[in-house]
Design a protein around this ligand. Structure first.
Ligand SMILES: [Zn+2]
Length: 235
């Protein structure tokens, strides 16, 4: 996807958020939901370190991230009625919560990478990189860098203790570093933690792993999030 096309996608995401009322909420933690077996393997065999892996084919099939960059997906989505992470997930039954400032701070950059929908809800993918890392350089060439103090999706006020996230789309964050969970829990025992969640009905470990490895692909023909040229080619 060219930068011009990505700009069109960015504008579509902004328009969608405006149409949905432009509300935001306070986000204290990013979270990552996986089957308990996934986290157990990290605890037992992985020395507590969650290793980044190559980005799957989820989202827009033309996204420059797909199969090109390593990272870990976290969510910044909050349930509109509780303003907390949703109690259910298709990704698994255990959830790791990490305070926003440990992943997003003055040493990181934020990029807009994708806008897509799966079934009915629209999502944006943002990328958090460590400044001057190889991933940061990759994203600078191909993605749209966001001002962390002022953008339509996810902002970090000057206090830096929490973020504000839009409620107009589901925001997912691709974090391009390994996460040493053991070390984080040792250093921040009261603020880095796990919770149990209900895995969506009809899901199981194998399906959750499959969703992670393939990703949710973009819904074909949606006029809200597909580029004009893709919609034209379908006519
Ligand atoms: Zn859509």
């Amino acid at each position: 996807m060219t930068k011009v096309e990505l700009n069109e996608l960015f504008q579509k995401a902004v328009n969608h958020i405006r149409r949905s009322g432009d509300k935001s909420a306070i986000l204290t933690h990013f979270y990552r939901t996986k089957p308990k077996r996934y986290f157990d393997a990290i605890r037992i065999k992985g020395c507590g370190v969650m290793r980044k892996y190559i980005k799957n084919l989820g989202g827009d099939p033309a996204s420059s991230l797909n199969r090109n960059i390593r990272g870990l997906f976290f969510s910044a989505h909050l349930d509109a009625s509780t303003l907390a992470p949703p109690p259910q997930s298709p990704y698994g039954d255990e959830r790791l919560h990490i305070p926003v400032p440990l992943m997003m701070n003055i040493d990181t950059n934020l990029y807009f990478a994708d806008f897509y929908c799966h079934i009915s809800s629209h999502r944006v993918t943002l990328v958090i990189t460590h400044r001057y890392s190889a991933s940061d350089f990759f994203c600078q060439q191909r993605l749209i860098q966001l001002n962390v103090l002022c953008n339509p999706f996810l902002t970090l006020p000057l206090s830096g203790e929490y973020a504000e996230v839009t409620m107009g789309v589901k925001v997912e964050v691709f974090y391009t570093e390994d996460v040493d969970i053991g070390n984080l829990i040792w250093r921040f025992p009261s603020s880095v933690f796990f919770t149990r969640v209900k895995m969506n009905k009809d899901n199981n470990f194998n399906r959750a792993v499959l969703i992670t490895s393939i990703g949710f692909s973009k819904k074909d023909g949606c006029t809200v999030c597909n580029l004009k040229k893709h919609l034209k080619s379908r006519k």
